[in-house]
Ligand binder design. Structure first.
Ligand code: RFL
Ligand code: PHB
Length: 394
């Protein structure tokens, strides 16, 4: 089998890349080890940057998002039992915080790929990369029947997430990895209930961080900071609600609306960057190359930014035969990646309770929150990072 770009992974990075390449007349094949149902049922991100929304629309896959997504003009930072609104819309000259679930983005992209008769193999196994240092790289894999195949391509895009097989193919001596593991986990729940607030609330409380988000008028998404090693079995619904009520409480009587919890789980948090994000004919994009803690809502958005640079490089290569731009892929992406790493680390550090910290660091956290919510310059910086820094292609 042959294609121009072999893509490993049908997450946001792989599917967006395939759709971008298709729009430029470049052929790709996607290899994914999970089933379509599994992908469409996995609950992850919720917040899209304005640039990601624009990209979805530009690719012709934004119709449902524009109809069913939620467009917020701001969000709230809550501390000392008081809410402080960040008016993102006004501070960023008209941009919106879009809440539209990652699995809905994936459904829309999978539909578009299917309609365009794009080739996607689901439930593949034994994925192996070969010849990435040559001009004829290939991917060996088994299809869902266990039949072995060889996919010959010009380029391989490693869009296979943090645990995927692509990154380890970059020789260790050529690869620098930067990592920070946080002593926090997020317990996330999905609840059948109406929204308790019109916009997202990020709360710093002495018992730990809490986040109120939404999915639809009748389904809400909430998170609690917990010990990353804590078992979900330790968290009864009653305990979750009691903790959420305490952490989100305000002096002016905020009411948290309860409902049946129909999904819950704990995720751990880390920051990670692989530099470079490319080697020979292999290009990493999204979580395969970098991870951020979810507090800044940047992971999916960074994946979308990477693949726009990658698609531009490939388009330039096929049009001119020159690889100069592709050679700079990693350098161009990493400038944005490190700014998103900084922002996600900053939001995480400011909002979580760290038991390794002293009362000094706690006072600094409070000063940071007070500054962010009382200085226009600081609010502007927060808003422009949250909504997404402008896309840079050079
Ligand atoms: P993904 O989504 O992990 O997709 C990788 C795909 O590769 C497949 N794969 C393989 N395929 C073939 N062979 C193999 N050997 C393979 N190994 C793996 C996997 O099955 C999978 O389908 O990576 P991608 O595309 O880079 O996308 C990254 C995003 O998924 C991630 O950054 C976001 O979910 C992060 N994130 C958020 N990002 C935002 O931009 N905004 C948010 O509001 C936001 N909230 C979140 C989040 C992540 C969270 N969790 C669960 C970590 C909230 C949470 C709780
Ligand atoms: C979500 O709705 O899942 C969500 C919202 C904001 C974040 C992270 C996740 O920062």
């Amino acid at each position: 089998m042959r294609t121009q770009v072999g893509i490993i992974g049908a997450g946001p990075a792989g599917l967006l890349l395939s759709q971008l390449l298709h729009a430029q007349g470049i052929e790709s094949v996607i290899l994914e080890n999970r089933s379509r149902e599994d992908i469409e049922g996995t609950i992850r991100a919720g917040v899209l940057e304005q640039g990601t929304v624009d990209l979805m629309n530009q690719l012709g896959v934004g119709t449902r998002m524009m109809k069913e997504g939620h467009f917020h003009e701001g969000f709230e930072l809550r501390f000392n039992k008081k809410g402080h609104r960040i008016n993102v819309h006004e501070l960023t000259e008209g941009k919106y915080v879009t809440v539209y679930a990652q699995h809905e983005v994936l459904k829309d992209l999978l539909d578009a790929r299917t309609q365009a008769e794009g080739r996607i193999f689901f439930q593949v196994s034994d994925v192996k990369l070969q010849g990435i240092g040559t001009y004829q790289p290939k991917i060996l894999f088994r299809d869902n029947q266990g039949e072995p195949h060889e996919l010959n391509c010009d380029f391989i895009a490693g869009c296979d997430g943090f645990h995927g097989p692509s990154r380890p193919n970059i020789p260790q001596a050529e690869r620098n990895e930067y990592q920070k593991v946080y002593p926090f986990g997020w317990l996330g729940i999905l609840v059948e209930a109406p929204a308790s607030a019109p916009e997202l609330i990020y709360a710093n409380h002495e018992r730990g961080f809490a986040l109120l988000s939404t999915r639809s008028p009748d389904v809400q998404r909430l998170y609690l900071q917990v010990d990353p090693k804590d078992a979900i079995a330790n968290w009864s619904d009653d305990r979750i609600w009691s903790e959420l009520h305490t952490r989100l409480e305000t002096t002016d009587g905020f009411q948290l609306i309860e409902g049946p919890i129909f999904q819950k789980g704990v995720v751990s948090m880390r920051s990670f960057v692989c530099d470079p994000m490319q080697y020979g004919r292999l290009f990493l994009a999204g979580d395969a190359a970098h991870i951020v803690p979810p507090t800044g809502a940047k992971g999916l958005n960074l994946a979308a930014a990477d693949v726009q640079v990658l698609a531009r490089g490939m388009e330039t290569y096929y049009r001119t035969g020159k690889s100069d731009y592709l050679d700079r892929y990693s350098e161009i992406c990493l400038r944005r990646v490190w700014k998103a790493e900084r922002f996600s680390w900053f939001m995480t550090t400011m909002l979580h309770r760290n038991h390794e910290h002293s009362s000094f660091e706690h006072r600094i956290q409070m000063a940071e929150l007070d500054y962010l919510t009382s200085s226009r310059a600081a609010s502007l910086s927060l808003a422009e990072n949250y909504i997404g820094l402008p896309m840079a292609f050079e």
